[in-house]
Design a protein around this ligand. Structure first.
Ligand code: ADP
Length: 453
């Protein structure tokens, strides 16, 4: 449950600790180096002062004076002669270290310098100051500074830095607790909400988040929940409609079959019933075929292969195909194509679209009316319109006509023979072409469907 917060805290704490350690090490080293440099420069200054006095006033008295000055505290001095022999020292202990400085006898460097800088591994840091009074009286003033004060400083620093480190870890822990509360709690609530969704419970309650990514995620989950709920409701309604659509013709079929099987019927009566059975079976076949088409469109498994073809030719072919049905119902079909041009579309799908619209115009128009089929070019688009003078669609239902299995009046279907899938298919096909479809209709006056692809 808390894994994300642990991860976040781990990343946060590790990065902060790394940064803190680097900064502290840098600060620590800086303080120590500054302190050591101070010691070096103090040692070099007092050594060079002693050497200058010795050079100018070389005498036993001067030597005693120098040794006396350095006898106290953590420092010390050893004055050595030409051959490296000890002339005088402030502490006998220091004389024992003299073999380590034998290299000075062969040294040609005449500058003051630190000859033992390593305060960590040796008990003293040492500076050497060469002097020369005359040919016989020359040598070095060696200044000693105990490493102990520096070590004590380092120990103190270590203690204070560990204290600061500990305090920072405590502060980090407090920040982590606050962060996990403000950052991970909404995440955990969203996870719980999505789990509820996957169990089919759509009434998720997520508090309104801020304007950040978490707030946007909460909004997206709430939208997902309401979409899923709507889709579930639609699916149930759709299944109920399908069962009804298939159930009704099946009941008719069974009824007519039972009647047709009666032995006392004449051949003529039997044929009449068989014809009805055939008609009903065809209706069911069409319904199932349309449903299959829609399922394919929903799954995006159908393809639209666009080519260029003549508008004039296309519309004339359709006209030839449908005119017998219009003549049969005594409805005039006017064809308008002012100039020929090239349509870019899938000809079979476009034919399916136009046939569906003409089929509706025919179904929902009365005798002695006119249907107008017009095709024209608008910039790079093809505009096809089908206008009828039929029964029209009530304004309050016009938005629903593209829904699957929607019919203005259920009773219309038996009279006109529709399944409520035609316009749903038309819309999917038009959209698959990247086009649009719009309708204008008035009850009792007629409808105008216009598509642009
Ligand atoms: P159907 O197979 O029932 O015609 P459609 O999806 O093609 O199904 O149309 C949905 C509903 O829209 C129809 O049942 C009908 O009520 C209404 N409709 C469609 N076209 C027209 C039209 N040209 N005139 C009047 N009503 C129409």
């Amino acid at each position: 449950m808390n894994r994300i917060s642990k991860k976040l805290a781990a990343y946060f704490i590790i990065s902060f600790l790394v940064l803190e350690t680097v900064l502290m090490m840098y600060l620590h080293q800086n303080i120590v180096h500054t302190r050591v440099d101070e010691e070096y420069s103090r040692l070099l200054t007092s050594g060079s002062n002693h050497r200058n006095i010795l050079k100018d006033h070389y005498s036993d008295e001067t030597i005693s004076h120098i040794v006396l000055m350095e006898a106290e505290g953590d420092s010390g001095v050893v004055i050595i002669g030409k051959e490296g022999e000890v002339i005088r020292s402030s502490d006998e202990k220091l004389e024992k270290l003299m073999p380590s400085f034998s290299f000075l006898q062969n040294s040609t460097t005449q500058n003051d310098r630190i000859v033992m800088p390593d305060w960590e591994d040796t008990p003293y840091i040492v500076s050497a100051h060469p002097y020369k009074v005359d040919e016989d009286r020359s040598g070095y003033v060696l200044m000693f500074q105990s490493s102990e004060p520096i070590e004590r400083l380092v120990e103190k620093l270590n203690f204070h830095f560990s204290l600061a480190g500990g305090a920072i870890i405590v502060v980090l822990f407090v920040i982590y607790t606050i962060l996990s509360k403000f950052l991970t709690r909404p995440l955990i609530r969203m996870k719980e909400a999505t789990e509820k969704l996957s169990e089919g419970k759509f009434n998720v309650s997520l508090p309104a988040g801020g304007n950040d990514e978490l707030g946007e995620l909460a909004v997206a989950i709430r939208k997902l929940a309401s979409d899923l709920e709507r889709m579930k409701k639609e699916r149930n309604e759709f299944l109920a409609s399908i069962s009804h659509e298939l159930g009704t013709p099946l009941t008719y079929l069974i009824g007519y079959l039972k009647v047709a099987m009666r032995p006392e019927l004449t051949d003529e009566e039997k044929n009449r019933y068989l014809l009805i059975i055939a008609e009903e079976s065809n209706r069911m076949k069409d319904l199932v075929k349309n449903l299959m088409d829609l399922a394919k469109m929903d799954e995006m498994t159908f393809t639209v292969s666009t080519i260029n073809f003549s508008a004039q030719q296309f519309i004339e072919d359709i006209y030839r195909l449908v005119i017998p049905s219009f003549d049969l119902k005594n409805i005039k079909l006017n064809l308008i194509c002012k100039e020929d041009f090239q349509i870019v579309a899938d000809p079979l799908r476009l034919e399916q679209i136009v046939l569906n619209l003409l089929d509706n115009a025919l179904k929902y128009s009365n005798e002695n009316t006119t249907v107008r089929l017009e095709i024209s070019k608008e910039k790079h688009r093809t505009v096809i319109s089908v206008k009828d003078e039929g029964i029209g669609i009530p304004a309050e239902q016009i938005d629903m006509i593209y829904e699957k299995l929607f019919r203005v009046e259920k009773s219309r279907s038996r009279t006109f023979g529709g399944s409520g899938l035609g316009l749903a298919i038309v819309k999917e096909l038009v959209e698959a072409h990247g086009g649009t479809i719009e309708v204008k209709s008035e009850s009792g006056k007629g409808s105008l469907f216009t598509l642009r692809i």
